[in-house]
Design a protein around this ligand. Structure first.
Ligand SMILES: [Zn+2]
Length: 198
């Protein structure tokens, strides 16, 4: 039996994605034995984040201000709104340097099996954001999973009365991939969403 406080620490670490009881135990001992100053810094950072970070009024991302820097950036194109599931998805798109519009983060996806419905994702908030008259096109960039597809369908239905262009990112073949080794779902999508070359 481990001490109660230690048991609590291990239990807390288990809330991290992909961390089971074994890894949580290893991490707890590591923090206590090998890196106590790092552990204190980590604890403070977590507390500070919860104290200071709120949701951006426009995109839903975490920010210390009412509106985040990306949404306030006047060089970004207000006409394009890209809807993603998570903040990490936004970071991935930003790394491509190919999108200069604005974002909206759902902070999840519709998943009836997990009890996540439109209210949990505050879809009313998304609808209100899409009503911004400067928006000319929304690009749905949810994942190509069952839940991501269902979320994309929901958003399409939700926003269709606004009369703006709605698109979804293409599910292309990964660069460097060979037709022979591509799964049939990807391949089917690749051919139906082919782009003209002339
Ligand atoms: Zn923002």
């Amino acid at each position: 039996m481990v001490e109660k406080v230690l048991d609590e620490l291990i239990g807390s670490l288990k809330c991290l994605p992909g961390i089971g009881p074994k890894s949580a135990t290893r991490m707890a001992y590591y923090l206590l034995q090998r890196d106590p100053s790092g552990a204190k810094k980590l604890a403070n950072s977590i507390l500070k984040s919860f104290e200071l970070l709120g949701k951006c009024s426009q995109c839903n991302n975490f920010t210390e201000a009412k509106t985040c820097n990306l949404c306030l950036n006047e060089e970004r194109d207000n006409q394009l709104l890209c809807i993603v599931e998570m903040p990490t998805d936004l970071l991935m798109f930003e790394q491509t340097h190919s999108f200069k519009g604005k974002y909206y983060i759902l902070m999840g996806r519709l998943s009836p099996l997990d009890g996540i419905g439109p209210k949990d994702l505050n879809m009313d908030n998304l609808y209100n954001r899409c009503k911004d008259p400067s928006i000319k096109e929304i690009i749905i960039a949810t994942n190509f999973t069952k839940e991501g597809d269902a979320t994309a369908t929901y958003i399409t239905e939700l926003t269709k009365d606004l009369g703006i262009k709605i698109s979804r990112i293409a599910r292309g073949m990964p660069s460097g991939s060979e037709v022979e080794y591509t799964d049939t779902g990807t391949l089917a999508q690749a051919i139906s969403e082919r782009k003209p070359l002339n």
